[in-house]
Design a protein around this ligand. Structure first.
Ligand code: CAA
Length: 286
C-alpha cells in the first residue's frame, strides 16, 4: 500500500501533537491515541491551540484550521487504530513504555503491510522491531521540535527493516512536507549524537559557575547565528527528555561527554523540566 490516507499517532505530548497537526494539515485522516480520556482531551486542546495560533499568525485560514480539525480524532483506546495504514508512536522516551506500545500496535493494526514508526530519539529501533511480528515494517522516524517548523525527519532503518519500508517512510515524510536524512540505528542517530554533548557542555558551564545562562545563550545566538542558545533549547526540548537521551547515549558509548551532569539530574528531580513545567533554566508563563 503506497498512498497513506489513514495515520495513527500514539501519544499527544509535544511531539505527538505536532506530528498529528502537520499530518492533518496535509490532508490525512489522523487518529490520535492517548492513555486516558483526560490525556486525549489535553492532546486535543494542544493541537487546537496550535492551529488557532497558526490562524492568528496568518499561517492558515480559518477554513484550513477547521478542515484539519475535522480530519483529527482522539481516543484513549489503542484498538481504535485498527484500520490505520501507518502509525507513528511518540510516547515518553522510556524503553519499556515504547516496547509495550509497539508490541500492542502490532497486534491491533489489521493491515499486515502497515508501517509502525517510532519517534524515539535514542532507543535502538531494532529493539522495538523485534518486539513485533513485523520487524521488516518497523522503522525510526525522528521528528524535531517544534514539529510544524523544523523541516527535518531522520529516517532510521533497523537491521531488520525492509528497503520497501524505508522507501515508503521517506515518501510519507515527503507528503508531510518534510525532508529526510537516513541515520544509523545507533543511540542519538545523527543529530542528537552531535547536539546532546553540546547542550550538556552548556549545562556543565553553568554548573561550574563559568558563565550565566543568558551569556551562554547570547554567545551562541549572536556569535554562531543559532536561532536559540543551548539552555533555551534544553528548556524547549524538556530537561527530562534531554536527560533520557543523554543516558541512552552514555549507555551505548560509555563516553563521559554523554553523561548527564548532576545539575541536569537535580533540575529534573525538582520538576524544573523547561517550558512544559513553566521553569527550567528560565521561567515561563504557565
Ligand atoms: N508551532 C508552530 N509554529 C511555530 C511554533 C510552534 N510551536 N513555534 C514557532 N513557530 C513559528 C512561528 O509561527 C514563526 O513563524 P513565522 O516566522 O513564519 O511567523 C517561526 O516559527 C518563528 O517563531 P517565533 O518568531 O515565535 O520565535 P523564534 O523566531 O524565536 O523561533 C523557534 C522559535 C522556531 C523555536 C526557533 O527558535 C528555533 O528554530 N529554535 C531551534 C529549535 C531546535 O533546534 N529544535 C530541534 C530540537 S532537537 C529535537 O527536537 C530532537 C530531539 O530528539 C531532542
Amino acid at each position: 500500500m503506497d498512498s497513506v490516507t489513514r495515520l495513527g499517532v500514539v501519544g499527544c505530548g509535544l511531539m505527538g501533537s505536532g506530528i498529528a497537526e502537520v499530518a492533518a494539515r496535509h490532508g490525512l485522516d489522523v487518529r490520535v491515541a492517548e492513555a486516558t480520556p483526560e490525556a486525549a482531551e489535553t492532546g486535543r486542546r494542544r493541537v487546537t491551540g496550535s492551529l488557532d495560533r497558526g490562524v492568528r499568525r496568518g499561517k492558515l485560514s480559518e477554513e484550513e484550521r477547521d478542515g484539519a480539525l475535522a480530519r483529527l480524532s482522539f481516543t484513549h483506546d489503542l484498538g481504535d487504530l485498527a484500520d490505520r495504514q501507518f502509525v507513528v508512536e511518540a510516547v515518553a522516551e522510556n524503553r519499556d513504555i515504547k516496547t509495550e506500545v509497539v508490541r500492542s500496535l502490532d497486534k491491533v493494526v489489521e493491515d499486515p503491510s502497515a508501517i509502525l514508526a517510532t519517534n524515539t530519539s535514542s532507543i535502538p529501533v531494532v529493539d522495538l522491531a523485534v518486539a513485533t511480528g513485523r520487524p521488516g515494517q518497523v522503522i525510526g522516524m525522528h521528528f524535531f521540535n517544534p514539529v510544524p517548523v523544523q523541516r527535518l525527519v531522520e529516517v532510521i532503518p533497523a537491521l531488520t527493516t525492509s528497503a520497501d519500508t524505508v522507501r515508503r517512510t521517506r515518501d510519507f515524510a515527503g507528503r508531510l512536507g518534510k525532508q529526510t536524512v537516513q541515520a544509523p540505528d545507533r543511540a542519538g542517530f545523527v543529530v542528537n549524537a552531535l547536539l546532546i554533548p553540546y547542550l550538556l557542555g552548556a549545562v556543565r558551564m553553568v554548573e561550574s559557575g563559568g558563565a550565566r545562562p543568558e551569556d551562554i545563550d547570547q554567545g551562541m545566538e549572536l556569535g554562531c547565528a543559532h536561532p536559540m542558545g543551548p539552555l533555551r533549547l534544553l528548556d524547549l526540548i524538556g530537561l527530562d527528555t534531554a536527560q533520557a537521551i543523554a543516558e541512552s547515549l552514555y549507555e551505548e558509548f560509555k563516553e563521559p561527554l554523554y553523561g548527564p551532569p548532576a545539575l541536569l539530574r537535580r533540575m529534573v528531580a525538582a520538576g524544573h523540566l523547561g517550558r512544559k513545567s513553566g521553569r527550567g533554566f528560565y521561567a515561563y508563563d504557565a
